[in-house]
Design a protein around this ligand. Structure first.
Ligand code: MF3
Ligand code: CO
Ligand code: CO
Length: 276
């Protein structure tokens, strides 16, 4: 048996990997590095900055820390992060257009460190944003945390989706259904899919050792999305605002460990980016 094989066993019922303590340590390191990259960006996400500049900073940070951005040359994606502005739901492509005062932007970074994938995203407020945008960001962060709060052995993936959907819709927001969270580890995307909607009790039963993301995309308006002709950029059909937060987590004996918590405490905006 190789060292790689010894990192996990397989849950027979669901064919989902159950990772060991060494794998959790690898995910902890990769997750913290990805979270640190998002922390590093906070003071740079200001009016006038190009998302391509942010992308360059993520690449430099990764290489400086012995990591590689997982999105770089992933299925034809050629950037080091995704930057999804305003009505862009996810998979926004960094480019030369400067951020503008009042924009909200999700930055999604996945770093591969020693073979392990740390995948996390946060919302950033560019300058002064509207109250509706602030509220959407708040609801979306809370949606993620409510999903995380149900994770423990014996619960199901559907329990996570139900918690998120019930909360978000109760706040008169809607849940995007076309994209989901995912298992990860030594692969970027693997079993299970984590839907951000659904019914309690649906889906595979969670067991200690499972590792996956939760990454709800929440809209102020209708849930429907479309993908632009670039093949990546997903936008809301009604052009209303969308937000997303993402953590990579591992199921433990009595709950879960969040691998991608912010070392600086920058888990949700506003981020303290200068001394006062
Ligand atoms: N990081 C995204 C996720 O949370 C995936 C981005 S794939 C890309 O799963 F190719 F669009 F970058
Ligand atoms: Co992800
Ligand atoms: Co991601």
């Amino acid at each position: 048996m190789t060292k790689l094989d010894s990192m996990h066993t397989l849950d027979k019922a669901s064919k989902i990997k159950l990772y060991n303590a060494e794998a959790f340590e690898g995910m902890r390191i990769a997750g913290q590095l990805a979270a640190q990259a998002l922390d590093m960006l906070a003071p740079h996400v200001v009016p006038g900055v190009k998302t391509s500049t942010i992308d360059d900073m993520v690449l430099e940070f990764a290489l400086d820390h012995g990591a590689i951005p997982a999105t770089l040359n992933y299925r034809g994606f050629t950037h080091s992060c995704c930057t999804s502005i305003n009505h862009v739901v996810c998979h926004g492509i960094p480019g030369p257009k400067p951020l503008r005062n009042g924009d909200i932007v999700n930055i999604d970074v996945t770093l591969i460190k020693d073979g392990w994938h740390g995948d996390t995203s946060r919302m950033y407020a560019v300058g002064e944003i509207s109250r509706r945008a602030e509220r959407l960001i708040e609801v979306t962060y809370e949606s993620l945390m409510r999903g995380i709060a149900v994770v423990k052995p014996g619960r199901t993936t559907g329990d996570i989706g139900a918690a998120i959907q019930t909360y978000a819709e109760g706040e008169r927001c809607s849940v995007v259904q076309e994209f989901c969270g995912h298992g990860l580890g030594q692969n970027f995307h693997e079993r299970p899919n984590i839907l951000h909607y659904g019914e309690k009790g649906e889906g595979p039963v969670l067991k200690a050792g499972m590792i996956f993301t939760i990454e709800p995309m929440i809209n102020l308006g209708r849930p429907q999305v479309k993908v632009l002709s670039d093949g990546w950029t997903a936008v809301t059909r009604d052009k209303q605002l969308s937000a997303q937060f993402e953590h990579s987590i591992g199921v433990t004996k009595d709950g879960c460990e969040i691998f991608t918590s912010s070392p600086m405490g920058y888990n949700k905006p506003p981020y303290e980016t200068k001394d006062t």
